[in-house]
Ligand binder design. Structure first.
Ligand code: KG4
Ligand code: ZN
Length: 340
């Protein structure tokens, strides 16, 4: 045992990763296991039915292994946490049903959390002394939102993408370049030795009057450009193409987030979600924000991607304020950040 804090057993199954974690109420991770479903890679995207079946196959084994790896007596678990929105509905239901049955059989509270808030709260796992106010940029496969937190309980969405999410744009661009899924990490790696000035792709809604974004113009521009080129061109310039696309996705995120923080005198920015693992986003956000004395935090790479420790982190404030869910609670797939 690392300390005497209460333990939360958490589940994450909203997409293609099954994850089980044990985290205490001081945000210390005792175990965080992730089983990534590589079987989808051959299909160039995620097959929802396959994802649900693999969650069912993995979840019991992962739970037993997590309890062993944390080295705890399972009677010390004080609450069960699970993400219930947004995500693939069949996948969410697997995690929720398992979590409900454990909460019922162990006679301990069930805490339901938003997957997007969980991404944001992942920052507490490495910065447990963090305190609102802050602005959080959540950039994942399905979402791109700038969210202002006045307190842990009160937040508002300041801006969001009007069409594709940043992660989705990385994945679609990679597909057009003939690269494997998920495309974000592949483009990130290739871009490191590429020239981002190779092609001046359009930047999403760099207008002054709002904080929304749009990536459909960029997607069309990439498609049009590649339509006139052969495979040999693509292969020869793959690093430069990756760097140019990455810059066009990342720069507007940085520009809008920092502008909002400056205008509203907010001193802290959190990055969250799978795209928060992006090398350029992490570097450019820090460099740009620090010029204005704004602090930028992001989780380590493993905690940016889908994992159950972040679900436990989002459950901590609910646990301490006794905000529990009834066992008739449902999962739902509606998009957007919301408090459940
Ligand atoms: O948060 P996440 O793991 O799952 C969702 O909740 O969607 O995010 C997955 C997304 C994918 O679109 C993936 O391509 C992107 O995060 N991603 C990255 C990087 N690592 C993952 N995008 C850019 N650069 C990366 N290094
Ligand atoms: Zn996610």
């Amino acid at each position: 045992m690392k300390n005497n804090q209460d333990l939360i057993l958490a589940f994450e199954s909203s997409c293609d990763d099954t994850s089980v974690a044990i985290v205490d109420t001081a945000y210390q991770i005792h175990c965080n296991l992730i089983s990534s479903q590589i079987s989808h890679n051959d299909f160039g995207g995620i097959l929802p039915e396959l994802a649900s079946r693999l969650h069912m196959k993995n979840i019991l084994y992962l739970t037993e292994t997590a309890i062993q790896c944390a080295g705890i007596d399972q009677r010390r678990i004080a609450a069960i946490a699970v993400s219930v929105n947004p995500g693939l509905i069949g996948s969410l239901i697997v995690g929720l049903s398992f979590a409900k049955s454990l909460a019922w059989s162990m006679d301990i509270p069930l805490i339901t959390v938003s997957h997007l808030l969980a991404h944001i709260f992942a920052n507490y796992l490495e910065h447990p002394d963090l305190n609102p106010p802050f602005a959080a940029l959540v950039v994942s496969g399905g979402h791109t939102e700038l969210v202002y937190f006045k307190s842990d309980h009160e937040f508002e969405v300041i801006g969001k993408t009007l069409d594709d999410a940043a992660g989705e744009t990385f994945d679609k661009a990679a597909k057009m370049l003939g690269l494997p899924f998920p495309g974000g990490p592949v483009i990130d790696k290739l871009a490191q030795t590429g020239d981002d000035g190779f092609l001046p792709f359009p930047r999403a809604l760099n207008r002054k009057d709002n904080y929304n974004l749009s990536y459909s113009g960029l997607k069309t521009a990439i498609k049009k450009h590649l339509a006139n080129q052969d495979r040999e061109y693509r292969n020869r310039h793959i690093n430069n193409l990756a760097a140019s696309i990455q810059a066009a996705i990342v720069e507007p995120l940085v520009h809008k987030t920092v502008r909002w923080c400056r205008e509203n005198h907010v001193q802290t920015i959190l990055l969250a979600g799978g795209v928060a693992a992006n090398t350029l986003l992490r570097r450019l956000m820090r460099e740009t924000a620090e010029k204005h004395r704004i602090n930028v935090l992001y989780p380590s790479i493993k905690l940016c991607l889908d994992n159950a420790a972040m679900v436990a982190a989002a459950a901590v404030t609910k646990y301490t304020s006794h905000e529990y869910s009834n066992l008739d609670v449902n999962a739902f797939s509606t998009k957007g950040t919301r408090r459940l």
